[in-house]
Design a binder for this molecule. Structure first.
Ligand code: SAM
Length: 286
């Protein structure tokens, strides 16, 4: 079966009366080289894989040959019959039909993988890339690595450090969980239907380091800082966290951080140290 052949894909979709849903971000891969590269760079050799949005099962098919087990979560029920046909030969693949953002990830992955860790490998629906990443990372599921395709601009924001103009709160949020980098750029021509923008594959290695701040507290600090990113951090943090300006000024001084800095001048470590000191003193969101 050659699911990446544009002609075979069209035939299959016609045969099952399937039509693409733009609102579900359905852009299917039609280039086997890209599929192979994702599988290679994902170093899939006997691991458990969680895929979000299998579509007609193109990536799933290639991963199933190398993975221990693949669990694919797909929201579009009209793909049920096609997926039963394309993935029918594999006993190590399970498709779970649900909206990933309404799925208890810990529960469904524990049910299928037991206590074993798993990698997330997917070509994500672009309209909810960040919400899916945030949802997965904040879950307590046993994820070891995330390798996902997304819109290039979003990828650049996710992997940016503070020296880059794309640096923002999502960059800091992601780096809390581990280092992130771009594995490859992918042109828009390898999808059907063709999207308007190019893509990139991002890898996030989950580090599980002990952090002095919970992710929820880091989010509060990031909301305060980046919510008013034109202001100095002295102003945005005191206002956003409802704290005395003189107190915030003292903390910034203690940490050798200029009060004139703006949100994009601070690294993850700066935010962790700042958050620890500021929230200890009862900072609350206003
Ligand atoms: N993996 C396939 C491929 O590479 O050809 C399809 C990728 S396509 C970009 C995104 C897939 O995510 C579609 O199959 C779409 O139906 C599915 N999807 C969209 N929203 C979803 C959601 N909330 N939960 C689960 N799957 C979703």
């Amino acid at each position: 079966m050659k699911l990446t052949s544009a002609r075979e894909l069209k035939n299959l979709l016609d045969q099952y009366g399937f039509s693409f849903s733009k609102s579900l971000g359905q852009n299917f891969l039609i280039d086997q080289n890209i599929v192979d590269k994702i599988v290679d760079q994902g170093q899939i050799q006997g691991e458990n894989i969680l895929e979000i949005g299998p579509g007609i099962g193109t990536l799933t098919y290639s991963m199933a040959q190398k993975a221990k087990k693949v669990l694919a979560i797909e929201v579009d029920e009209s793909l049920r019959e096609i997926l039963a046909y394309t993935l029918g030969e594999f006993s190590n693949v399970k498709v779970h039909f649900a909206d990933v953002l309404k799925t208890n990830i810990e529960e469904v992955t524990r049910e299928y993988f037991g206590d074993e860790p798993f990698k997330v490998v997917a070509n994500l629906p672009y309209y909810i890339t960040s919400p899916i990443l945030i949802y997965l990372l904040k879950s307590q599921a046993n994820i070891s690595e995330i390798i996902v395709m997304m819109q290039k601009e979003v990828a650049q924001r996710i992997v940016a450090d503070k020296t880059k103009k794309e640096y923002g709160s999502i960059s800091v949020f992601i780096s809390y969980f581990g280092p992130a980098g771009i594995l490859m750029n992918v042109p828009k021509t390898v999808f059907m239907p063709q999207p308007k923008v190019d893509s990139a594959v991002v890898k996030i290695k989950i580090a599980r380091e002990d952090r002095p701040l919970t992710i929820e507290d880091l989010e509060r600090v990031l909301r305060a800082a980046f919510g008013q990113r034109r202001k100095t951090i002295l102003n945005s943090l005191s206002k956003g966290l409802d704290l005395e300006k003189s107190f915030v000024e003292g903390v910034l001084k203690d940490l050798d951080l200029p009060t004139t800095y703006r949100a994009e001048n601070l690294s993850l470590d700066d935010y962790l140290l700042l958050g620890e000191k500021l929230l200890d003193h009862g900072g609350k969101n206003v």
